[in-house]
Ligand binder design. Structure first.
Ligand SMILES: C[S@@+](CC[C@H](N)C(=O)[O-])C[C@H]1O[C@@H](n2cnc3c(N)ncnc32)[C@H](O)[C@@H]1O
Length: 243
């Protein structure tokens, strides 16, 4: 993967406007609605551990997994008592089962191959306890096509200046990112290319059903309501049967 290398060292500065508490409250609401009281949670694509930290703060036991060594390194500096695994979420192995699996901030869009996403869903189903849930959010088709699309964004945040150029293709968007990060000697330039796959709701539902998930619900924008045409962040919740 040619992303989340040097980017890891500036990542937290660029997500300082993300309200991870909002994610936590919403996920806990979903748990409650489904009478689920998870003890052990697996977090996929945990990155620098910002959401992991919230889960740990609420008393959950957490296994957190990411394919970027650099992102995990930063997470490990923040948190003790978390089992961090440097693994690919489309091909992971655990010692046992968990009560819930979560993935936040569009990690699932990074799985650009549909067959691999099916494998990921099958693995999640396999490692969930009966009655357990998978919950993740994605950037919607609308957002990737119309908001991110072929647009270019420029950002200036504390010690980091970045240019984010996008290329919209049929089923994916390439992000060409250039960073200038301040260090002791001046500004250090680095570049990364990220790709997010556009998934329609029906594609996701069909893959989740193939992986034997039940009771699949899609909500939008931190609310227990159906998405509309312009919803930007979709939340997908799927259950493993209760035995
Ligand atoms: C947008 S970041 C989100 C990070 C974190 N969840 C957060 O909320 O800040 C996406 C994360 O997914 C990870 N990722 C992407 N593809 C992955 C894969 N195949 N397996 C494991 N992690 C992956 C990246 O390394 C990155 O840390």
């Amino acid at each position: 993967m040619d992303c989340y290398n040097d980017f890891a060292y500036v990542y937290d500065k660029l997500v300082d406007d993300v309200d991870y508490n909002e994610f936590l409250s919403f996920f806990e609401k979903i748990f409650e609605m489904n009478n689920l009281t998870p003890e052990l949670i697996l977090e996929l694509g945990c990155g620098t551990g910002n959401f992991t930290e919230k889960l740990v703060g609420k008393g959950y036991d957490v296994i957190a997994l990411d394919s970027s060594e650099q992102m995990l390194g930063i997470a490990q500096e923040k948190l003790e008592n978390v089992l961090f695994l440097n693994q690919d979420m489309t091909d992971f192995e655990l010692y046992g089962t968990v009560d819930a699996i979560v993935c936040v901030l569009d990690g699932i869009n990074y799985i650009t191959n549909k067959r691999k996403l099916l494998k990921l869903f099958k693995l999640c189903h396999n490692y969930l306890n009966y009655g357990g849930m998978l919950i993740f959010d994605i950037n919607s088709e609308y957002k990737l096509k119309n908001i991110i699309g072929n647009n270019t964004f420029v950002g200036d945040n504390d010690d980091v200046f970045y240019v984010w150029e996008n290329q919209l293709l049929k089923d994916r968007v390439n992000f060409y990112l250039t960073f200038f990060a301040k260090d002791k000697e001046g500004y250090n330039r680095f570049d990364e290319v990220h790709t997010e796959r556009i998934y329609s709701q029906s594609e996701l539902l069909s893959l989740l059903k193939k992986a034997n998930f039940e009771d699949i619900k899609v909500y939008a924008d931190f609310d227990v309501k159906k998405p509309n045409k312009k919803s930007q962040r979709l939340f997908v919740c799927a259950k493993k049967n209760a035995k």
